[in-house]
Write a protein that binds this ligand. Structure first.
Ligand SMILES: [Zn+2]
Length: 395
């Protein structure tokens, strides 16, 4: 048995070795790759070889903005401690001993229109160039993803909702409580003490992004983000590699097919596997709800359907089934609220209107029931259930 885990970086032996280094002839982490390649001595064949174009312009492959910024910082460290031709071979770190030297550096730096990722504030700090004007760092999707995970590390469950796309929903106490319950009962998240950013990617339009982390040097987590009014927000968590994002639809399809064939045994295994990965998928929660309602476990069905509704409040089918199960579980007041919500969101949802009318009939509130049923029949005069219910009232 080997003492070190085999997937670790060969150099630091701590972080994940996710990149093959031709110099080490082994897998290393991006942090160590940056330390190595900044000397410009990497072999030509490596995609991560650094090609210097200008002082702060480098052409190379980087798997995340964080990696690129780290590389630029290393480049800055090198730049300030080596003789620079533009300053007649003086070393910036020595030039700053005189005010004149500082001025020279600043006027040189002012010529550039630096890319927003160039960490000029780092350079400013390293050389104490108080007069250097730098742009304030614009928050990237990686920053947002890391701030969100930091909230989880310190168990600020409630505050973590501010980072979510659906943040407004969690002003509702019931949804908030359910969200916190889902998050804090996650074996991986509740014990998370550290996270390492491995890679990230965004769409061409820069409106959606995936950020891939390793949690506690063991688990993989991908965060899916979207831009909302120019702010990055968390859409969902996927426990696994970013590639899994693309197979979610297929996984949903697979479960749907098995459910339609009533193969409950196989559904259970698949649902377990997929809902451990796609923890924020309303679809899989809905399918759990279906599965448990088929196997007459209404308590569990109710919980999963509420999860589905909390994750996606516009998911009409899940809401409808949730209301049905609530009724069966003798919670007619809650069921009424849910039906009213569905009808408000979807004024032509006949089934929910009819079901709500049935509750009113049961409660003896014939007027309310009649109004709803007449509305139903106005939309679809052939809607049998509403016709029957209306007959019931009139006899
Ligand atoms: Zn390493």
């Amino acid at each position: 048995m080997s003492f070190f885990k085999t997937d670790r970086c060969k150099i630091c032996k701590e972080k994940r070795g996710h990149r093959f280094c031709l110099r080490i002839a082994n897998n290393i982490c991006w942090h160590d790759c940056n330390k190595l390649r900044v000397d410009l001595k990497c072999p030509e064949e490596c995609n991560y070889k650094l090609k210097q174009q200008d002082s702060f312009q480098i052409k190379t492959k980087a798997d995340s903005q964080m990696e690129y910024i780290d590389l630029l910082k290393k480049q800055i460290d090198k730049w300030i401690s080596t003789p620079q031709k533009v300053f007649n071979d003086q070393i910036p770190f020595q030039m700053i001993e005189t005010e004149n030297g500082k001025k020279k550096i600043i006027s040189f730096l002012n010529q550039f229109k630096a890319h927003s990722l160039v960490p000029l504030s780092y350079l400013k700090e390293r050389l104490s160039l108080d007069d250097l004007k730098v742009n304030t760092h614009k928050k990237t999707f990686e920053d947002t993803a890391m701030e969100f995970l930091t909230m989880i590390v310190i168990h600020e469950w409630e505050n973590s909702t501010n980072f979510l796309l659906n943040f407004a929903l969690y002003k509702n106490k019931e949804y908030l409580t359910n969200y916190i319950q889902r998050l804090s009962s996650s074996r991986i998240l509740s014990k998370m003490t550290e996270f390492d950013l491995i890679s990230s990617a965004s769409t061409k339009q820069n409106d959606q992004a995936l950020v891939y982390f390793e949690i506690n040097r063991k688990y993989e987590l991908t965060l899916n983000l979207k831009k909302l009014n120019n702010n990055w927000k968390i859409v969902s968590k996927i426990f696994g590699k970013p590639e899994l994002y693309n197979s979610e639809k297929e996984a949903i399809q697979q479960v749907a097919v098995l459910l339609s064939k009533n193969q409950l045994g196989n559904v259970y295994e698949l649902l377990k596997k997929y809902s451990d990965i796609y923890v924020d998928s309303a679809d899989f929660q809905y399918y759990w709800g279906l599965h448990y309602s088929f196997s007459r476990n209404n308590k569990k069905a109710e919980q999963h359907l509420f999860n589905a509704v909390e994750i996606d409040p516009d998911f009409t089918e899940a809401k409808g089934l949730y209301a049905t199960i609530l009724l069966q579980n003798n919670q007619s007041e809650k069921a009424k609220t849910i039906y009213l919500e569905i009808i408000k969101q979807n004024p032509k949802e006949l089934k929910s209107m009819n079901n709500l009318a049935s509750i009113y009939i049961e409660e003896g509130d014939k007027d309310k029931a009649r109004k709803l049923l007449e509305r139903c029949l106005k939309i679809d005069p052939n809607f049998e259930y509403a016709k029957k219910n209306l007959e019931k009232i009139n006899t």
